[in-house]
Design a protein around this ligand. Structure first.
Ligand code: NI
Length: 222
C-alpha cells in the first residue's frame, strides 16, 4: 500500500513538473534580395543548419534571379513582398502601389509557384491609406541590427544578441558578406541558447497569433 502511495506521489510529481518548458521561437527575415552570390551562400548556411527564414523580395531582383527565387521556396523559406523597385510605399499613389504589388506577386508566382501573403514596406514606411495592402499581412520587425550600414559582423551579432527575445522578428539583408556571416553566427549562438528558428507565419502560429490581412505586426507573443 505504501508502495502504491509512493508510485502515485511520483506520478503526481511527474505530472506537475513534467510539462516541457515553453519553446523559444524567433524569425530571421532578409530584405531586398535575391542578390545572387550572397543569397546563395546564405541558403547553403540555412540548409546546413536546417533553419527556415522569411525573405522580403524586391520584384526587379526576382526578375533577375528567378531560379534563386524558386530555390528559396523549394527549400522551405517563406516569401513576402517588398515592392518592385524598393520605392517607399508612402511615396506611391494608391493605384501605383496596387499595381506594384500585383506585378510583384505575379513575378514571384511565376518564378517560385507561391502566392505571398506577407508584405514589408521598404524602410517600414506605410502608405497613408493601407487599402492596397488589405489582402496582405504587414510584417515589420522588432530587432534591427542595421546590418546594411556596417561591415562589422561582430557588431551585427552583438546588436542582435543584446536585443533578442522569444517571439522577435529579426531584420537583416542578404546583400553583403558581413550580413551573411553574422546570420551564420546568430544561428549558432541562438540555437545554443535554446531558440528555434521558424518562418514569420509559423512564428505567429507558434505564439498563438492569427495573421490577419491588413494588420501590422512587429513581433509575436508577450
Ligand atoms: Ni529594403
Amino acid at each position: 500500500m505504501r508502495k502504491l502511495a509512493v508510485i502515485l506521489a511520483v506520478l503526481l510529481l511527474l505530472d506537475v513538473g513534467g510539462a516541457a518548458p515553453q519553446k523559444k521561437y524567433v524569425a530571421l527575415t532578409f530584405d531586398d534580395g535575391p542578390t545572387g552570390k550572397y543569397t546563395e551562400r546564405l541558403l547553403d548556411i540555412l540548409a546546413a543548419e536546417n533553419v527556415p527564414a522569411t525573405f522580403f523580395l524586391c520584384g526587379y531582383r526576382v526578375g533577375q534571379y528567378p531560379a534563386l527565387t524558386a530555390r528559396l521556396a523549394r527549400e522551405g523559406h517563406e516569401l513576402g513582398l517588398h515592392g518592385l523597385a524598393h520605392s517607399y510605399f508612402s511615396e506611391l499613389t494608391q493605384s501605383a502601389l496596387s499595381e506594384e504589388l500585383t506585378k510583384e506577386s505575379f513575378l514571384i508566382a511565376e518564378a517560385a509557384g507561391v502566392a505571398p501573403k506577407l508584405v514589408r514596406p521598404p524602410g517600414g514606411k506605410l502608405p497613408q491609406d493601407i487599402a492596397p495592402l488589405k489582402d496582405l499581412s504587414v510584417i515589420l520587425w522588432s530587432v534591427d541590427p542595421l546590418d546594411w550600414a556596417t561591415d562589422d559582423e561582430a557588431l551585427i551579432v552583438r546588436r542582435i544578441l543584446k536585443a533578442v527575445r522569444p517571439g522577435d522578428i529579426i531584420l537583416m539583408h542578404d546583400a553583403s558578406d558581413s550580413s551573411v556571416n553574422a546570420a551564420a553566427e546568430i544561428i549558432r549562438q541562438l540555437k545554443a541558447q535554446g531558440y528555434t528558428f521558424v518562418t514569420v507565419s509559423n512564428l505567429a502560429a507558434a505564439c498563438g497569433a492569427v495573421l490577419e490581412p491588413g494588420a501590422v505586426y512587429h513581433r509575436f507573443g508577450g
